[in-house]
Design a binder for this molecule. Structure first.
Ligand code: NAI
Ligand code: NAD
Ligand code: ISE
Length: 340
């Protein structure tokens, strides 16, 4: 049976997800769209040649759109209301990160989902579907490098717009590392610290860039993650896990090597959409397939969204205090123990 999707937010990622549902994946169709800017929604339908109806807002789309699932790709502060409305309507929800902008709001979503009685929500932490991270996780679980002791990670963008603020290095950018790194080593965060190296001249007045975030896990693994969003040279994601008996490193993006004009090299990506293009495909295909097979989505849960929000809150606090800040999670409900 084809899954009928309603898409809320037809910006950069909304367009990309609609394109993949419509043109790349199996078993899905976009039948309804909405955007706070109605012209953007109409334009999206025209640009992608969709047979989809444009609705004035998320609630009307849910009430009248005849959808099985919604994809939420509006901006972060709008996510919570759409997720809660989706759960209330009994629809499946694929929500881009962040699930909500505060831990408290994530808990409200968790409570609403548990009250509904079965899992409806998947959060767009697509790196768990990236073949490179999956290989790293396999290597760690097979004890190929012994016990992991340290991780060095970097999340670099060539540049960001003027509206990007210091806390967004955590809530918009590091949030992917926050999710994927504790999943990678199957551990929980205990405390975090943020330090600011010398600032690049390319950062705006209201942005500290780069930043170094240190995350300590319950078992004692120390993760140093660099966020550098005006690095200029490319979109670059790095991850190296240092264990007792060796090191494993995230594979580089495939590229031909070239010899030209007295140079030997490889090309780097500039656009984040390309870096995880396969992972986005696999995560949304898995959302469709798991629901068709089991009646529930199989990917990152609302609880994972909550863990990310609690950790992000601690990192933002650490940006301000300069010291170590604890990460304090509530106990994981049994409802979320069956997955992952
Ligand atoms: P964008 O700004 O290009 O698009 C957002 C769209 O949502 C805009 O068209 C805006 O008009 C619309 N919108 C905002 N609030 C809305 C509301 N309440 N109802 C309906 N529409 C609303 O942003 P972008 O880059 O597409 O990001 C969208 C989401 O995707 C964000 O949550 C972002 O964090 C996430 N994202 C995730 C990525 C990933 O790698 N998983 C990558 C890029 C974005
Ligand atoms: P964008 O600004 O290009 O698009 C956002 C769209 O949402 C805009 O069209 C805007 O008009 C619309 N919108 C905003 N508020 C709305 C509301 N209340 N109701 C309906 N529409 C609303 O942003 P984007 O880059 O597409 O990012 C969208 C989401 O995707 C964000 O949550 C972002 O964090 C996430 N994102 C995730 C990844 C990833 O790698 N997983 C990458 C980029 C963005
Ligand atoms: C975006 O919001 C993301 O989620 C991407 O993964 C990130 O790398 C990009 O820089 C952000 O804008």
């Amino acid at each position: 049976m084809t899954m009928k999707f309603g898409v809320i937010g037809t910006g950069a990622l909304g367009m990309d997800h609609m394109r993949r549902i419509q043109q790349t994946l199996n078993g899905g169709e976009v039948v309804a769209v909405t955007d706070i800017n109605p012209e953007a929604a109409k334009q999206a339908v025209a640009d992608l040649g969709l047979n989809a109806k444009v609705f004035p807002d998320d609630r009307t789309l849910l009430a009248e759109g005849n959808v099985d699932a919604i994809v939420i790709t509006s901006w972060g502060p709008a996510h919570k209301a759409s997720v809660l409305a989706g759960i209330e309507a009994g629809k499946y929800v694929f929500c881009e990160k962040p699930l909500a902008t505060t831990a408290e709001d994530c808990l409200r979503i968790v409570e609403a989902e548990m009250k509904h009685g079965k899992r409806l929500v998947q959060v767009g932490f697509m790196r768990r579907y990236d073949s490179g991270y999956i290989k790293l996780k396999e290597a760690i679980e097979n004890k190929f490098i012994g016990e992991p002791l340290m991780i060095r990670a970097a999340h670099r963008n060539p540049e960001v717009g003027d509206s990007y603020l210091t806390n967004m290095a955590i809530t918009d950018t590091l949030i992917h590392e926050i999710d994927v790194l504790h999943w990678l080593v199957n551990d929980d965060y205990k405390a975090v610290q943020v330090v600011y190296p010398k600032k690049t001249k390319y950062a705006s007045d209201h942005l500290h860039d780069p930043q170094i975030i240190t995350l300590k896990t319950e078992s004692g693994i120390i993760i140093t993650a660099e966020v550098f969003v005006n690095c200029k040279y490319g979109y670059d994601i790095q991850c190296e896990v240092i264990g007792e008996e060796g090191i494993v490193t995230l594979p580089e993006v495939q590229s031909v090597t070239f010899r030209k004009d007295a140079k030997y090299g490889v090309n780097l990506l500039m656009d984040w959409k390309q870096r995880f293009i396969e992972a986005y495909d696999v995560e949304l295909q898995d959302f469709i397939d798991s629901i068709q097979k089991t009646g529930e989505p199989g990917g990152p849960t609302s609880w994972d969204g909550y863990i990310a929000a609690v950790t992000a809150d601690a990192c933002v606090k650490a940006q301000e205090s300069g010291g170590w800040e604890p990460v304090t999670l509530k106990e994981k409900p049994d409802f979320y123990r069956t997955n992952q």
